[in-house]
Design a protein around this ligand. Structure first.
Ligand SMILES: Nc1ncnc2c1ncn2[C@@H]1O[C@H](COP(=O)(O)OP(=O)(O)OP(=O)(O)O)[C@@H](O)[C@H]1O
Ligand SMILES: [Mg+2]
Length: 393
């Protein structure tokens, strides 16, 4: 990590501290804390601000609080001689991420720095691909498909996936992934967007599995109107830095908030059922998306609840009619879906062999870059004979 070590102290940096920072790139600045705000260019090039001081005064706390919007991505760590409970509270209020008594707690610093370095957003290039799911009619299965696709994607690609529920009706993505109601929703993050960082973001999520997190949607449709496009844009911008894939469920309502999601989307997925009314509404939705500038090639239609025995409309015909490339077909599979909702567990986990889970599993290969197929190592015997032939010409 690139660390700015900021100290108002005149004394030389003690060897223990210098030793703890050996693994990082260090830049030392000796100046009072109220000079922090004038050093935005120094701070924005760093990953972490480390402030080393003796006993911060009220002026120092105020200076830290004022500079907090400029803190680098990993935040600010404060080292000072003594830390009483009121001082700790002042530190937290000033936006300090971690406060340690120095040198009494010196042995904690290397581990804490390693932890903060691990939590750093990935470098550009690994930035999240944004897949938005929507539909033209209620009950098409958007939430079920988006949630379970997110899990299949994480399992199959072994990458980090975030599902963001931006439905402005009765958001219910949590039903397909977890048991119980989420304690926090996207509305909480929107309310704190001014001081949003990776730690605050993580605190607002439901961890579904090691590589899958859920940002639940507003549970109260009346409050959903409080989200603004700027807030959602800030939330999604951070999500893209922290995850390989961001899957967004915008449901069937197109509002300025869902437009923020569409603006960031690398692919828009339209879910429909194999009926004439769904087809006709989806056709208009695809036209609307194209009117908004989404290219044909970036729209994928998912034909959900398809049952070959009952379907009057054939997938190939529907794909042609919608004019957005081949459809992805998901079967009607009520029993595993009911089991998944009952247990509060994702379908690819609790019914991994079901027809729907298998279809989602194979859809992962069609969306996003091709999956890497492992190159089979040469068989033991082939390697053995090659070597034997070389040694016994
Ligand atoms: N492939 C499927 N097989 C069986 N049942 C399904 C399938 N897809 C959806 N369902 C059923 O439809 C219900 C509604 O799905 P879902 O909540 O995903 O719809 P939605 O399009 O998000 O609806 P809303 O308009 O309320 O947001 C599910 O709870 C499930 O019972
Ligand atoms: Mg839904």
């Amino acid at each position: 990590m690139k660390i700015v070590l900021w100290t108002p102290l005149a004394e030389a940096v003690d060897p223990t501290l210098r030793n703890s920072l050996r693994a990082h790139r260090l830049r030392e600045v000796r100046a009072p804390l109220d000079a922090l705000t004038g050093q935005a260019d120094v701070l924005c090039q760093a990953d972490l601000l480390l402030v080393w001081t003796d006993a911060p005064s009220d002026v120092d706390w105020a200076a830290l609080a004022q500079a907090s919007p400029l803190f680098p991505a990993a935040g600010c760590v404060l080292l000072c001689a003594a830390m009483s409970a009121p001082q700790l509270r002042q530190a937290m209020r000033a936006g300090v991420r971690l406060a340690l008594e120095w040198p009494r707690e010196a042995d904690l610093l290397p581990d804490e720095l390693a932890r903060l370095a691990d939590a750093q957003p990935r470098e550009a290039g690994a930035a999240g691909r944004v897949l938005t799911f929507c539909s033209a009619g209620g009950g098409s299965g958007v939430s079920l498909v988006a949630a379970n696709f997110a899990v299949a994607c994480a399992l199959r690609r072994r990458e980090r996936v975030l599902l963001v529920d931006l439905c402005q009706g009765f958001a219910n993505s949590h039903l397909y992934l977890t048991a119980g109601l989420p304690a926090r929703t996207v509305l909480d993050l929107c309310g704190q967007v001014a001081r949003l960082d990776a730690a605050l973001f993580a605190a607002g999520l439901v961890n579904v599995m090691p590589d899958v997190d859920l940002l639940p949607g507003p549970l109260d449709p009346a409050a959903a109107g409080d989200m603004t496009p700027a807030q959602i844009d800030a939330v999604l911008a951070l999500a893209c830095q922290l995850y390989d894939w961001v899957v967004i469920d915008i449901g069937q309502r197109f509002s300025p908030v869902s437009m923020s999601a569409l603006d960031r989307s690398t692919r828009v997925n339209v879910v429909l059922q194999p009926t004439v009314p769904h087809l006709s509404a989806t056709h208009r939705l695809v036209e609307m998306l194209q009117g908004l500038g989404v290219a044909h090639a970036h729209i994928t239609a998912w034909l959900n609840r398809y049952d070959a025995r009952r379907a009057a409309l054939q997938p190939a015909l529907l794909g042609e009619k919608l004019g957005c490339g081949p459809l992805l077909v998901l079967p009607d599979d009520p029993a595993p879906v009911a089991q998944s909702v009952l247990l509060g567990k994702p379908l690819p986990v609790c019914a991994a062999k079901s027809a729907l889970a298998r279809a989602l599993w194979s859809a992962v290969a069609h969306v996003g870059p091709p999956l890497l197929t492992p190159v089979a190592p040469p068989a033991f015997w082939r390697r053995f004979f090659t070597r034997w032939m070389r040694e016994n010409p």
